[in-house]
Design a protein around this ligand. Structure first.
Ligand SMILES: [Zn+2]
Length: 289
């Protein structure tokens, strides 16, 4: 009798082990197309400028680095995130309020890949960024319509603009891109002006639908055209701008379009750092202030 029970127990135990092995191998989160990690996007507070840090799967990504005048605050915010290195750094366009902090980023962190639109600038800030890239031992890669990043499980970035090779306005070279994580889509518009916005709507209107929009050009009236906002139709909006900035950003016209499309909008000048979390289905937004 005792012998029979022991034999039976052994069978049950080995049955459980086999089942748990099958479950681990065939039904793990990864096999089901989910990940264990949430997407994190931090719209950092760098005053009048842009800087965004994205953490997804094994990727640490930085989009822009704010102005030189706020680089210490940028570094403080990045240090809290325990970033070891950046797999990808993107400069959306070569204006100081987007690349002013780049040399410091290269000084503090290893940067594996660096991307910028195919345009040069004559400023000292731009030159010092190029020097930092050379010092890092990497080459700047062009980012433009068609650039695609595969960020591992369920996550990609698709770039829709710049489309043309020459623009009159440097802002129009801005990277307009979509980060997709599961069902969640986030649009980043750099400082694209109405010209680039209209061009991207003409070619990519269906792909521009997003849950969250980082408004172009700090909420300037020269961007956020009706057709672009309609194509994106975001539930949430983010405006990166400085408190009492000299430009009056965000402009009344942008606030009007935000009301028209009923976009729940957060601003770095009012809310400080904005932290977005997503499991690929739901979005939650937390603000510093
Ligand atoms: Zn700007």
């Amino acid at each position: 009798m005792m012998k029979f029970l022991r034999k039976k127990n052994r069978k049950i135990i080995s049955g459980i082990l086999i089942l748990s092995w099958i479950f681990t191998v065939f039904f793990s989160n990864d096999a089901l197309g989910n990940t264990n990690d949430d997407l994190k996007v931090y719209y950092l507070d760098v005053g009048q400028g842009d800087a965004m840090y994205i953490k997804i799967n094994d990727y640490d990504i930085l989009i822009d680095a704010g102005p030189r005048s706020n680089v210490e605050h940028l570094m403080k915010q990045l240090e809290k995130k325990n970033i070891d290195d950046f797999e990808i750094v993107i400069a959306t366009h070569p204006h100081e309020d987007h690349i002013g902090g780049m040399t410091e980023v290269f000084d503090r962190y290893k940067v594996k890949e660096f991307y910028m639109p195919p345009v040069v600038h004559t400023t000292e800030t731009f030159r010092s960024m190029l020097n930092a890239i050379v010092k890092e031992g990497i080459k700047a890669k062009p980012i433009k319509e068609g650039t695609h990043f595969d960020l591992g499980c369920n996550a990609t970035i698709d770039v829709y603009s710049p489309i043309e090779s020459v623009y009159e306005d440097l802002n129009d070279y801005s990277t307009i891109m979509k980060l997709t994580y599961g069902d969640v889509k986030l649009i980043f518009a750099g400082d694209a002006e109405s010209y680039a916005e209209r061009a991207v709507v003409k070619k990519h209107s269906k792909e521009l639908k997003g849950d969250v929009l980082k408004f172009a050009h700090h909420g300037s009236r020269t961007s956020s055209t009706d057709e672009f906002i309609k194509a994106v139709s975001p539930k949430y909006g983010i405006i990166c701008c400085g408190e009492n900035n000299n430009y009056g950003h965000p402009h009344k016209e942008t606030k009007d379009i935000i009301s028209k499309y009923d976009i729940d909008t957060f601003r770095t000048d009012k809310h400080g750092e904005i932290e977005l979390t997503s499991d690929g289905k739901n979005i939650s937004i937390k603000t510093e202030k």
